[in-house]
Design a protein around this ligand. Structure first.
Ligand code: OGA
Ligand code: MN
Length: 297
């Protein structure tokens, strides 16, 4: 069966069919998926059943190298999923019980509702994230994606010239802190800001994009209020409806996005009533993004 891409939105995002995600990809199929990611930046794979942990790991690893596990905020009574290599994107704790309202993991994860690029707070940020849906609430809980390449392309030339050489500082302190989340002193030390280019060039497609994220809180060499205003203005532009694809989940879906070319955010749902259980594998860019900035900053 041949691999096909059916666009889901005028500027990006496509449904990919003709691939059995339950098997590791052949090199030719992996190349076709990379080419689809270069073009669409978000690929939706629909399946009738969610992948097992092993299947999801094998699929993702045929496209690149998994990101190393990072300091996570655990639910009060421990981890729910057994594998450190899967991120638990759920409102559940051990025993699949809905997390209490004040649980730190719940409060921390609420930050996923801010537009972001995964792991932009790491010196070596994420390449692709693959999120598989196990349990979906009957209302709410969609995920939105925004195309940072189209957003860059649509900027006035004078803005491009101004922002091309800039670098921003990213930390979870900025994103979760904007929501009033409180960090311990140890966490504040762990979440030291890292520098990222504000405009990045995709290593495969060569396309430029805005490297925005709620984790971005400073611009190197700029006064903070001016930096925050520029970041807000750019984010407002980049998340205008024309650049946004909204995914309504079905159980079994696997959605993979390129963090080098998009931002995403979760939408709210009644998380005190319904379980929502998604599991993420994440590939690393392998090298700092700043080295691939259009001009050195
Ligand atoms: C993620 C994420 C959004 C969602 O998995 O990285 O931000 O809708 N998820 O759960
Ligand atoms: Mn995310």
């Amino acid at each position: 069966m041949s691999i096909t891409f059916t666009p889901l939105h005028p500027v990006f995002a496509a449904e990919c069919s003709g691939i059995d995600l339950g098997e590791p990809l052949s090199p030719a199929a992996a190349e076709a998926v990379h080419a689809g990611m270069d073009r669409y930046a978000v690929l939706v794979f629909r399946r009738s059943r969610p992948l097992s942990t092993q299947q999801q790991l094998a699929f993702t690893q045929s496209l690149g190298e998994l990101e190393a596990p990072y300091t996570t905020i655990r639910a009060a009574d421990g981890m729910r999923l057994d594998s450190e290599r899967l991120s638990d994107i759920s409102n559940l704790g051990p025993g699949d019980k809905i997390l209490p309202r004040e649980d730190r993991k719940r409060l921390f994860n609420l930050g996923n509702q801010l537009w972001h690029s995964d792991s932009s707070y790491k010196r070596i940020p994420a390449m692709y994230s693959a999120l598989c849906a196990h349990v979906i609430p009957p209302e709410g809980g969609d995920t939105e994606f925004a195309d940072m390449r189209a957003a860059y392309d649509m900027l006035p030339a004078s803005t491009k010239r101004k922002i091309d050489p800039l670098a921003a500082e990213h930390s979870r302190i900025f994103s979760k802190g904007a929501l009033g989340f409180r960090f311990t002193e140890q966490e504040e030390r762990d979440f030291e800001p890292v520098r990222q280019p504000l405009v990045r060039v995709h290593p495969r497609s060569g396309r430029r994009s805005l490297f925005l994220s709620s984790h971005a809180g400073r611009i190197v060499g700029w006064p903070t209020p001016e930096a925050m205003l520029l970041l807000r203005d750019l984010s407002e532009h980049a998340t205008a409806r024309e650049f946004v694809y909204r995914h309504r989940w079905q159980v079994g879906d696997l959605v993979m996005w390129d963090n080098q070319a998009t931002m995403h955010r979760a939408r709210p749902f009644p998380d005190d009533v319904y379980p929502r259980d998604l599991r993420r594998t994440t590939l690393t860019c392998g090298a700092p993004a700043l080295a691939s900035a259009p001009f050195s900053a």
